[in-house]
Design a protein around this ligand. Structure first.
Ligand code: 8DG
Ligand code: MG
Ligand code: MG
Length: 142
């Protein structure tokens, strides 16, 4: 196996009511599975800046109340291109609740939609599926 270096991903739980924004990936990693918006941390960025930039690039949405939730250390060895990600998970809300997601990178995603946390689509991107199975909940308490 050709070894690269670990990379930093930032994934965003964008929440609206009981729902979360997901899109079906078109990628060498997790192709055709439903995943959170997000991408790679760029040089000099804060996690919050990366979250806001990726959301804007991928969905056109402006986000608000961006905060850190958790981190994972994940090996994608079964993928066409084996890779290793340290992924920072952030939570955010819509800056304007009337804004509608657009599919601005159709080569990377089939489209964005809201899914109730109690009724998530299948198959989820496996790292996300694992978090859900372990009982992870991104919603604020109370
Ligand atoms: P970029 O060129 O826009 O910077 O990157 P991207 O094409 O948008 O990257 P990405 O694959 O969407 O996200 C980077 C990595 O983050 C991804 O390959 C693996 C990791 N990652 C997880 N979970 C999730 C998730 O739920 N969604 C996203 N988008 N990435 C995730 O570990
Ligand atoms: Mg991106
Ligand atoms: Mg992405």
């Amino acid at each position: 196996m050709e070894k690269g270096v670990p990379r930093v991903g930032v994934a965003v739980f964008l929440l609206s009511g009981k729902a979360v924004l997901l899109g079906r990936r078109r990628s060498s990693i997790g192709d055709s599975t439903f995943a959170l918006p997000g991408g790679h941390l760029e040089f000099g960025e804060s996690f919050e800046e990366c979250a806001a930039r990726e959301l804007k690039e991928e969905t056109g949405l402006d986000i608000d109340k961006v905060e850190y939730l958790t981190v994972t250390n994940t090996l994608f060895l079964e993928e066409p291109k084996p890779s290793h990600y340290v992924t920072i998970f952030m939570r955010a809300f819509l800056a304007d609740p009337n804004q509608v997601p657009q599919n601005l990178e159709p080569q990377k995603c089939d489209g964005w939609d809201w899914y109730d946390w109690d009724n998530l689509p299948k198959p989820l991107f496996w790292p996300l599926e694992k978090m859900v199975q372990e009982g992870y909940n991104p919603f604020p308490i109370g």
